[in-house]
Design a binder for this molecule. Structure first.
Ligand code: DX5
Ligand code: ZN
Length: 227
């Protein structure tokens, strides 16, 4: 498999929002490659989180890329807001888009990397044909909505399917996994081709962020070396 850079993306959904600036600086200093920002609207996702104002604040606090995961209805309406607020990568759920192609074009047209995903109960076919048209494919290993959920083991079939396609076609598309990621699940996912690991509770739930970020990176690197 063509080797893509392993990246660790702590999700601020599990951070202490009383001290968000300190939290994002701390994970950056601890070696994080991106900050994962979960946007939820209480419609598409059964939870509410935050919007562009928080993205702007995080953007002012760190220099690593902001990886924004949109879990909202009608994302078309808000793409400009999130790009302007400072998203470096913007991932949308295919099941929320009336034209995924137009959404991808708009994101990339604004100079932002585009990602696509679907919830675990939606067909992978909704995004499969876009592997070479986007910068990132995200496999959801939990349902969009909350941190701290258990990794759904069946989602490894999806990781393998996309990972094999990326590898066979020599693409540089990032393969990201999100939900229930720890050193053990990261090992499994990396073995099937994932290279970007989102982790909320595993990183922010620990005392030592560096130790957790390194544990994820080491787990992924070792797993890839074995394959
Ligand atoms: C779930 C979010 C995830 C969440 C991950 O809707 O997309 O990014 O924060 O949290 P953990 O790593 O705790 O499963
Ligand atoms: Zn997410």
């Amino acid at each position: 498999m063509k080797s893509r850079k392993i990246e660790i993306a702590p999700s601020i959904l599990s951070a202490d929002f009383r001290a968000l600036e300190r939290e994002v600086k701390a994970v950056q200093d601890a070696g994080a490659d991106r900050i994962h920002c979960d946007i939820m609207d209480g419609h598409f996702a059964p939870n509410l989180s935050f919007g562009p104002i928080v993205i702007e604040a995080v953007k002012k606090s760190v220099s690593i890329p902001l990886d924004v995961h949109l879990m909202i209805s009608n994302p078309e309406k808000y793409i400009a807001n999130y790009c302007d607020a400072g998203a470096d990568i913007l991932t949308v759920h295919a099941e929320t888009c009336s034209s995924l192609e137009n959404v991808i074009d708009e994101i990339r047209g604004r100079g932002v990397r585009a990602g696509v995903t679907v919830n675990p109960d939606k067909p992978l076919d909704l995004i499969f044909d876009y592997i070479d048209k986007v910068d990132q494919v995200l496999i959801m290993s939990v349902y969009a909505g909350f941190s701290g959920q258990k990794f759904i083991p069946e989602m490894t079939d999806r990781i393998k399917k996309i990972g094999d396609e990326i590898s066979e076609r020599g693409l540089s598309t990032d393969l990201q996994v999100d939900g229930g990621i720890n050193d053990k699940t990261a090992t499994v996912c990396a073995g099937f081709g994932a290279n970007v690991f989102v982790a909320g509770s595993y990183v922010f739930g620990a005392q030592d962020y560096r130790e957790r970020i390194e544990a994820l990176r080491n787990a992924a690197e070792k797993s890839i070396a074995r394959n």
